[in-house]
Write a protein that binds this ligand. Structure first.
Ligand SMILES: [Zn+2]
Length: 76
């Protein structure tokens, strides 16, 4: 499985470390059809995937609460 471990700060207390699994979105590069613009490529990237693996052991928030908060804040 692709991806890597990342640690995010707890969005509630900012002290805890949240274990996450991060899977970067795949980038596909397409050459654009226009001949007048050589070397112009369009990149499309599928969105990154974050899987929260733990709650916060400092403030005691659960995995689900952490995940929801991180999504609300646009961090993941
Ligand atoms: Zn916390």
């Amino acid at each position: 499985m692709r991806g890597q471990y990342e640690e995010l700060s707890c969005p509630f207390c900012d002290k805890g470390k949240i274990q996450c699994w991060y899977i970067p979105g795949a980038i596909s590069i397409k050459r654009s059809g226009a001949r007048s613009l050589p070397g112009k490529f369009s990149k499309t990237k599928s969105s990154d995937v974050w899987i929260v693996k733990s709650g916060c052991n400092v403030c005691g928030k659960s995995l689900e609460e952490i995940e929801q908060k991180l999504k609300e804040e646009g961090i993941i």
